[in-house]
Design a protein around this ligand. Structure first.
Ligand code: NAD
Length: 252
């Protein structure tokens, strides 16, 4: 059974791998046997790379600004230069800007769409081409509860995460027959920098915890099993699915 989840010999690209959920996603894939291209924005994730190398896996750090087309192109070029292929792509990098819709600056809207949606398209398209050529590939996009719900004060983020699900399905339809599975994970409320403002707001923190059946915020560790599942042979017949990892939030 374990061979279904074995990623030995696979190369995985994880964006936003320096901290938060990306770090957990990258470590989970490495623990299952994959070598990693770790895409980071500014600060190199020494910690993530060292932990992966300690597992006996290879880790290559790629610094790129995914808000630009050139940044996405660099990720593709450097991954192929280092490994010659990419079997798994996890589009995890994301940003959030919190201001009411009536005051939401267009520059914030654009910044969020650039990272959360446009980079997902660019990386999926380029790596997808390679995967189609190889006849094998796994793309996992990181969605959100705001793929399903409207949220408050985050119109750009909500629009981007709804679009991530749409793009996941569009690519899945085209590529499932070519050996490339495209799916998404929708994390619930996870304790990372992204949600620090919510956790620091006593009222919002209490309201959120009251609605989570599991009774706690999620962690990067909670992402490991789901991503290994969607990145491995175990999910070969899954396509265009958005998997909620949310402690039951969506069932409430
Ligand atoms: P985080 O802020 O800790 O990490 C975001 C990562 O994205 C960072 O590593 C950052 O360097 C990277 N990044 C941001 N802008 C970038 C750019 N221009 N170029 C390259 N990299 C860039 O947040 P997180 O909670 O770990 O978020 C990871 C993903 O999970 C995001 O897509 C987020 O929307 C999603 N998500 C998070 C939660 C949550 O509760 N934390 C819930 C649902 C979805």
């Amino acid at each position: 059974m374990s061979s279904l989840f074995d990623l030995t010999g696979r190369v995985a690209v994880v964006t936003g791998a320096g901290r938060g959920l990306g770090q957990g996603l990258a470590l989970g894939l490495a623990e299952a046997g994959a070598d990693l291209a770790l895409v980071v924005n500014k600060t190199a994730p020494d910690e993530t790379a060292k932990a992966i190398e300690a597992l006996g896996r290879k880790a290559v750090v790629i610094t790129a600004d995914l808000s630009t087309e050139a940044g996405a192109a660099r990720v593709v070029a450097e991954t192929l230069e280092a490994f010659g292929k990419a079997d798994i792509l996890v589009n995890n990098a994301g940003i959030i800007r919190r201001t009411p819709a009536a005051e939401h600056a267009y520059s914030d809207w654009q910044a969020v769409l650039d990272v959360n949606l446009n980079s997902v398209f660019l990386l999926s398209q380029s790596f997808g081409r390679e995967m189609i050529r190889a006849g094998y590939g796994k793309i996992v996009n990181i969605a959100s509860m705001l793929t399903f719900q409207g949220g408050i004060n985050v119109p750009g983020y909500t629009a981007s995460k709804h679009a991530v699900a749409g793009l996941t399905k569009a690519l899945a339809n085209e590529w499932a027959g070519k050996g490339v599975n495209v799916n998404a994970i929708a994390p619930g409320y996870m304790a990372t920098d992204n949600t620090e403002a919510l956790r620091n707001d006593e009222t919002r923190n209490r309201q959120i915890l009251e609605r989570i059946p599991s009774g706690r915020w999620g962690t990067a560790e909670d992402m490991k099993g789901p991503v290994v599942f969607l990145a491995s042979r175990a999910s070969d017949y899954m396509s265009g699915h958005v998997l909620c990892v949310d402690g039951g939030w969506m069932t409430r």
